[in-house]
Design a binder for this molecule. Structure first.
Ligand code: 26Q
Length: 752
């Protein structure tokens, strides 16, 4: 049956008479049916990617693309006067992640399926996931994101496992989401939940009774862990996730008739940061119940599990008090004790290697490093820093375990879906094969001096800027000038990412305009990102940005030249609107702190030029595009690490020394902003920048402002700028997550 008839059959009426809801429901059902026709991918060995987050983004468009029917269906809808985009908008975005780590997991699932490798994701079905961000009085407020709605993309199954917490047992329920490869096979994402969750216990924003596990276990992603009950809840969640994972893996392997002693021949488990680390003791425990000795079980699990580190921030390395683990998962304590004993007895004689420290806390990453066979960082620089700094003791005993896997992004979402105009242009220039083999984007280099092609590239960017301006106007009532430079910093709010430095640039520029020095071209500085609810300083930065937005956009002298926009509730769908429209990609973390970044890759692929520090994958972007096609500023990671080690950085010295820095910092509590904002919040931020500034904003501020000025100036040299765009797109092939997954498979998983 042809596509049009099939859609009408599912609708039970003509397309003409259907509204957006009905069309969405029918398209969803169409995807489910087509997807079921694709057999699950089988390889000799199967990957299980366990992660607390899967930031999948909306599914409909991506699935239609991967099934190869997006264009046909769009055309059919258009013939009936309907728009595919409007139908896609109807879908609620799954709220199952907070940032890079979760989005990476989603890109990986797409690439694993596309490469015809057998690999499933395992995670949790959070009812409200990450909070929804609202702004009121120029501040962030959190409300629950009730993303689960009918008809659902998730398929409820009958699969259930008993999960034992001390003397209480809960029964899980598995939900599945099909992961369809691009013109290839199918895998699944398994999300676990319990039927007894009670959404009605949530009150006052995102508050709830943290004690009642049966009712609250899967309500939220990263529930507030500022008190003991919150920390216990996180342990409950983590154990619930990994016990389901371990039981599912063992069940599937038994169903296949595989010998559990040979688990590592049939199964690869990737542990996505430390949140799933308890899978190691849990699997050992279950193998022992299957009659395998502790010693053998340890060997089997070690050969099966591999760990990825996504951050070097000390506060993110999880350590749980033994007393908490004993309360929630007493059955794991003998195993964890045994694993620690193994290390204590191994004569390493270095307490920093012990799993259980002198304060009776269990270091989760250390379990992974001792009892997994691979430890990887997510960009070349990050892996070097792990090997030489943070994890050097482990590198000296297990040098062969360490390896780098530079992150990547799925091109299906990050160009085909979000930037159809650029995709079409590339197709006309170099054919379509780059969609299977991203390195072929290099063929675009031949157009370096082709004025017509460069002009077409500019037209596409302009189109995307206008699309975004219209969207901002329609949705948020914010007007921006599509002729201005779109300078974009969208990512989680964190001091190390230094949104505050960008805000100080805005103040710097504002003061210059007030002094009569207009920039050479109008610029719109666009932010988006959520702050963790308990992260006060990050919230103060949001407050500063929102106050600047209010001040500047309403000042008729300044706003023709400078505008500020903070996008509310930034998420995957919004990023798909914003990234294709960006001219400047802000990647300005303090060198050594951003493990990789993946937004940087998405901007590059969509023809934005990076303004960044030599951090994370920016370094690899620079090596690929060459220094002349990127704007790098600021101190190196070596310098920064030295400053930390020697206590050599004092913000106050920079404040005292430079008049222009002082003017910007003082402005934060000056009359203009105090009239708009909360003086206590602004003063706290100012004090922090002047007297603490742990992430060294003032260290790089002047070089940042100077390079950004140069960039604005260079933007006027249109030929130069368009060539930079072209080179960035042409060199982005390396950052396809297909390449990353090939690397994981070749070095760690060996699935084929
Ligand atoms: C830890 C302890 C207690 C509560 C929460 C956490 C926690 C939660 C989330 C720790 C870390 C995360 C998320 C980290 C993350 O997203 N890291 C990003 O991973 C990306 C993919 O590798 C990288 O590109 C980014 O550089 C890195 O910041």
């Amino acid at each position: 049956m042809n596509l049009e008839n099939q859609l009408e059959e599912l609708l039970g009426k003509s397309i003409d008479d259907a509204d957006k809801n009905e069309l969405y429901a029918a398209c969803l059902e169409l995807v489910k049916r087509r997807s079921r026709e694709i057999p699950l991918t089988q390889t000799r060995k199967k990957l299980y990617y366990i992660s607390a987050e899967f930031l999948t983004g909306k599914q409909l468009g991506k699935n239609l693309i991967n099934l190869g029917i997006y264009d046909d269906l769009s055309r059919i809808l258009k013939n009936h006067g309907k728009s595919m985009q409007a139908v896609e908008e109807h879908e609620q975005e799954p709220s199952l992640g907070n940032g890079g780590l979760g989005r990476l997991a989603a890109c990986f699932l797409d690439s694993v399926a596309t490469l015809n490798l057998s690999g499933d994701g395992i995670g949790l079905r959070y009812h409200f996931g990450l909070f929804k961000q609202e702004f009121k009085d120029h501040k962030q407020f959190e409300i629950p994101d009730a993303w689960l709605s009918e008809p659902s993309i998730l398929e409820k199954t009958d699969v259930s496992f008993p999960i034992v917490f001390g003397n209480r047992t809960v029964y899980s329920r598995m939900y599945n989401l099909d992961v369809i490869g691009y013109h290839t096979g199918r895998n699944q994402l398994h999300l676990f939940d319990i039927d007894t969750i009670d959404e009605s216990i949530v009150h006052d924003g995102i508050g709830f009774d943290k004690k009642d596990i049966e009712k609250n276990l899967t309500l939220f992603l990263y529930p507030d862990d500022s008190d003991k009950d919150g920390q216990l809840l996180r342990i409950y969640q983590q154990y619930f996730m990994v016990s389901n994972a371990a039981q599912l893996i063992i069940k599937e392997q038994k169903d296949q008739g595989h010998d559990l002693r040979k688990l590592a021949d049939y199964v690869a488990i990737q542990i996505n940061d430390t949140h799933p680390s308890m899978v190691i003791p849990e699997l050992i425990r279950l193998l022992i119940l299957e009659g395998i000795s502790f010693r053998d079980a340890v060997g089997i699990v070690t050969n099966t599990c591999a760990y990825t580190n996504h951050t070097i921030l000390a506060e993110a390395l999880e350590k749980w008090p033994i007393s908490y683990l004993s309360e929630v998962v007493p059955q794991l304590m003998p195993i964890i004790g045994g694993l620690d004993w193994g290390i204590v007895c191994s004569q390493h004689d270095n307490p920093e290697l012990n799993i259980i420290d002198k304060d009776q806390r269990v270091h989760m990453a250390r379990i992974d490093m001792h009892y997994g066979h691979s430890i990887n960082g997510v960009a070349a620089l990050h892996t070097e820093i792990l090997k030489n700094q943070e994890l050097r003791h482990f590198n000296s005993i297990y040098p062969a375990k360490f390896n780098n896997k530079t992150n990547g992004i799925t091109f299906r979402r990050w160009i085909l879906h979000c930037n159809p105009e650029l995709t079409a242009l590339i197709d006309t220039l170099i054919g379509e094969h780059w969609k299977q083999d991203a390195y072929q984007l290099q063929d675009l280099q031949q157009y370096f001096n082709d004025y017509h092609v460069l002009w077409q590239l500019e037209k596409v960017k302009q189109h995307n800027k206008e699309r975004m301006a219209k969207w901002l106007h329609d949705r948020e009532g914010i007007d921006i000038d599509p002729e201005s430079i779109f300078d974009v910093q969208v990512k989680r709010m964190h001091e190390y990412k230094r949104q505050q430095m960008n805000a100080l640039f805005i103040i710097y520029e504002y003061l210059r305009i007030k002094d009569g020095q207009k920039p050479v071209h109008p610029i719109t500085v666009i932010f988006g990102g959520k702050a963790a609810p308990a992260y006060t300083m990050a919230k103060h930065v949001i407050h500063l940005i929102l106050c600047l937005q209010e001040l500047i956009n309403n000042d008729p002298e300044v706003s023709p030249w400078l505008k500020v926009v903070m996008i509310r509730n930034y998420n995957v769908a919004k990023s798909e609107m914003v990234i294709p429209a960006a001219d400047i990609s802000e990647q300005i973390s303090l060198a050594s702190k951003e493990a990789s970044g993946t937004g940087n890759m998405k901007f590059m692929l969509n023809g934005a030029v990076t303004l960044g520090t030599a951090d994370g994958a920016n370094v690899e972007i620079k090596d690929l595009v060459g220094r002349e096609n990127i704007y790098i500023f600021g101190r190196s990671s070596d310098d920064v690490i030295r400053l930390y080690n020697t206590n050599g950085y004092h913000a106050k010295e920079y404040y005292d020394r430079s008049q222009s820095i002082r003017r910007c910092i003082d402005f934060i509590t000056g009359p203009e902003l105090s009239a708009i904002g909360d003086i206590n919040a602004l003063a706290a931020l100012q004090d922090n920048l002047k007297n603490k500034d742990w992430f060294m904003t003032l260290l790089d501020l002047e070089s940042y402002c100077n390079v950004k000025e140069t960039m604005i100036y260079d933007y006027l040299n249109r030929e130069k700028w368009k060539r930079m765009m072209l080179v960035n797109i042409a060199k982005a092939g390396f950052f396809s997550s297909d390449r990353t997954i090939e690397d994981y498979n070749r070095d760690i998983w060996h699935l084929r």
